[in-house]
Design a protein around this ligand. Structure first.
Ligand SMILES: NC(=O)c1ccc[n+]([C@@H]2O[C@H](COP(=O)([O-])OP(=O)(O)OC[C@H]3O[C@@H](n4cnc5c(N)ncnc54)[C@H](OP(=O)(O)O)[C@@H]3O)[C@@H](O)[C@H]2O)c1
Length: 334
């Protein structure tokens, strides 16, 4: 394909004050890095990390101008890898995509073949991006709960930030697997939606954000999938039953964690992290194969709350950073 061929991408620039400005621009294949595999992107998605990258967060993206998009699904256009075929439908998510490597918010990405996963049968390209990094992260969290012995019979599982991408897929997935899911959300108006996805009970965010200085609270949760960090994560750990497991996924409230060691030494609680970006390919293939079959959310179409064009994305980024999006925003490339 001619290196001068042009394509559309959302490009984020920083001004002298460090403020981010995003606009759809024309790029050439020469603008992409010199990796071995070129992919025509059909769909991407909006994740919290993308919103940080698109707003100039240097912890995610060091160099601007930049095209975000940590998720991409499309077809292989050219590759030197014997493992991939031209035209093959594939997913790329995580690694450095969309961080300092131009990401899925452009019509083409060029990446190392080692980052490329064949699209599992059972998923369309659109569905793979409806799940995206959020779905894979929810699957990692559920797998960790299972590994730590949190079976449906063990008791209730709390999901925080439940209306978000990771949160809503975790609610749906856990409910589908037979867990009694308690969803905590800052958006009480979404209670009925969360119940339709499978939440047995919906709590307001404040109910799981304990501001007392008690090191231990009444033990309620057998397991927790936390997407927000901060005092909500600390409260969840202090409210987890003996032998329970809390999976820390995110930091939408805060990256800080203030705790005593009592939940660990008096209740034997496990605090387990998950890292989707650097997950090994074998684990990706295993969990994506499940997401394409028995772990595929029955109501995936209801979890997708918007399909955005590149032009529409900046408004969704701002809304996500204000905590006003819910479910998953799929990005449709031209
Ligand atoms: N570890 C990993 O590999 C990994 C992978 C993917 C994502 N993450 C992290 O997981 C988190 C969620 O990602 P996402 O893509 O699902 O984002 P998202 O769709 O924006 O969901 C975040 C949710 O957190 C809640 N929230 C937002 N601001 C909050 C605040 N100030 N205090 C308390 N709750 C707040 C909101 O849910 P409610 O209104 O329902 O409370 C919001 O919908 C992010 O921190 C992201 O960086 C980590």
């Amino acid at each position: 394909m001619a290196a001068q061929m042009t394509f559309a991408a959302l490009v984020v620039r920083l001004d002298a004050e460090g403020s981010a400005h995003a606009s759809v621009q024309t790029r050439t294949l020469d603008d992409l890095p010199t990796h071995d595999t070129l992919i025509r992107v059909r769909y991407s998605s909006l994740n919290y990390k993308d919103a940080l990258s698109a707003s100039g967060h240097r912890g995610v993206t060091r160099h601007y101008p930049h095209t975000p998009g940590i998720d991409a699904a499309g077809e292989v256009v050219s590759t030197t890898s014997a493992e991939l075929a031209l035209g093959q439908p594939v997913i790329v998510s995580g690694y450095d995509l969309g961080m300092n490597t131009p990401g899925g918010w452009g019509m083409f990405v060029r990446v190392p073949a080692a980052w490329v996963m064949p699209l599992p049968s059972g998923l369309t390209l659109f569905e793979s991006m409806a799940l995206g990094t959020a779905g894979f992260t929810a699957a990692l969290a559920v797998q960790q709960l299972q590994r730590h012995g949190v079976a449906p019979e063990a008791g209730e599982v709390l999901v925080t930030g439940a209306s978000g991408g990771v949160g809503s897929i975790a609610v749906a997935l856990l409910a589908q697997l037979g867990y009694r899911v308690v969803a905590a959300t800052g958006k009480p108006s979404l209670g009925a939606w969360l119940q339709r996805l499978g939440a047995a009970e919906v709590l307001p965010r404040e109910a799981v954000d304990d501001r007392s200085d008690r090191p231990l609270l009444k033990g309620r949760w057998a397991g927790v999938v936390d997407t927000v960090g901060g005092n909500i994560l600390a409260s969840a750990i202090r409210s987890t039953r003996r032998g329970g497991c809390v999976v820390a996924c995110g930091l939408a409230q805060s990256p800080n964690l203030s705790l005593t060691v009592y939940p660990f030494i008096l209740r034997g609680i496990t605090l387990q992290g998950v890292d989707s970006a650097e997950a090994p390919m074998s684990l990706r293939c295993e969990l994506w194969a499940r997401l394409a079959t028995e772990w595929k959310p029955h109501l995936l179409s209801e979890i997708v709350t918007a399909v955005a064009t590149l032009e529409q994305l900046p408004a969704y980024v701002d809304a996500m950073l204000r905590g006003e999006t819910h479910g998953r925003v799929v990005v449709q490339l031209p």
